[in-house]
Design a protein around this ligand. Structure first.
Ligand code: GLU
Length: 317
């Protein structure tokens, strides 16, 4: 299936390399304005003033700038991969356990969960991602191997692995996530053992990728659920549409409205400073800069994406 931008002559005429090199220059002043996440102490050691970006077209052609091959902790970006596996497995039954509305609350908030009887607002806040993790852990015997294999496949990089220091750091300081999981268990919205779910969740969050890997890994979402380079189908087109919609409305914490306003693309961020975004039928983008804004999104990363859709004049709108 070709998307609405795929054959657009405009994209092939765009000087993408020039554009992203220009963006790297222009985000320079923003690199020192963000603050690295330190609630996971291991992430607090990363130098904020770093930047990389990769843009991959559906034919695999990739444009890169800056530190596009430096690995970072993908953190919440991995929630998209977990959601893909869970949605492919459970179909619409998944929505009995987790909602599809923006939360309007911080990503690790406990408050809303009590009001809503243990059903998280969406799969990208931590509570929702834990329910998604549970739905995978309760179905598959080796869930961690499976999700890592999935990441190898979609990125085309079989060298991707978990960062055991980040994993340990997160587990040691993961009391809030543990609280969320126990709380949902008390409402009957968590089938598996809390510890197993947390291990799986911290495991997929701790995987390291770079912008090049990330741009490749999101190609199946830019191509209606089918990886354009391997032809493997991971989701039905209507399911890919739904995951992209969730990224647009809930993918950047409590600032998804502002992200949609500024960037105009579905995207998912992580507290490691990465953001993956897609233009359906056209391309996927990986960007990374560890300094975060007050919502937990990469400050220079959002700026770069905003500049990209402004300069290229392509977005979903
Ligand atoms: N593993 C992180 C946590 O649960 C994910 C944070 C994020 O990137 O939003 O706190």
């Amino acid at each position: 299936m070709s998307g609405f931008f795929h054959n657009d002559i405009r994209v092939s005429k765009l000087p993408l390399q020039e554009i992203i090199d220009e963006i790297r220059e222009e985000v320079g002043p923003f690199l020192s304005q963000g603050k690295v996440a330190d609630y996971i102490p291991e992430l607090g050691r990363v130098k904020p003033e770093q930047f990389g970006m990769a843009v991959t077209l559906l034919n695999g052609q990739t444009f890169e700038t800056g530190q596009s091959r430096d690995n970072f902790s993908i953190q919440s970006i991995s929630k998209v991969f977990a959601l893909t596996i869970a949605f492919a497995e459970w179909g619409d039954q998944l929505w009995l356990k987790v909602g599809r509305e923006p939360s309007g609350n911080p990503f690790n908030s406990l408050v809303q969960l009590e009001h809503e009887a243990g059903k998280p607002r969406n799969p990208f806040i931590n509570a929702g991602a834990l329910v998604v993790a549970d739905s995978i852990v309760s179905r598959f015997s080796e869930p961690t191997d499976m999700i890592i294999d999935f990441m190898h496949e979609i990125s085309g990089n079989s060298g991707l692995e978990m960062d055991s220091n980040v994993f340990d750091s997160e587990k040691e300081h993961g009391h809030r996530n543990a609280a969320l999981a126990h709380f949902m268990k008390s409402y009957g919205n968590m089938e598996s053992e809390v510890n197993e779910v947390l291990n799986f969740y911290f495991g997929h969050c701790s995987v390291r990728m770079n912008c090049f890997d990330l741009a490749h890994a999101f190609l199946y979402l830019a191509n209606h659920g089918k990886h354009p380079l391997t032809a493997k189908v991971y989701l039905a087109a209507s399911q890919a549409k739904r995951i992209n919609s969730l990224m647009l409305t809930c993918g950047t914490y409590d600032a998804a409205g502002d992200f949609a306003f500024r960037v105009g693309l579905p995207g998912k961020s992580g507290v490691g400073g990465g953001i993956a975004a897609i233009i359906p039928g056209c391309m996927s983008i990986g960007v990374w800069s560890p300094g975060l804004d007050k919502h937990g999104n990469s400050l220079a990363g959002i700026k770069a994406l905003e500049l990209f859709t402004t300069k290229t004049e392509i977005s979903i709108f």
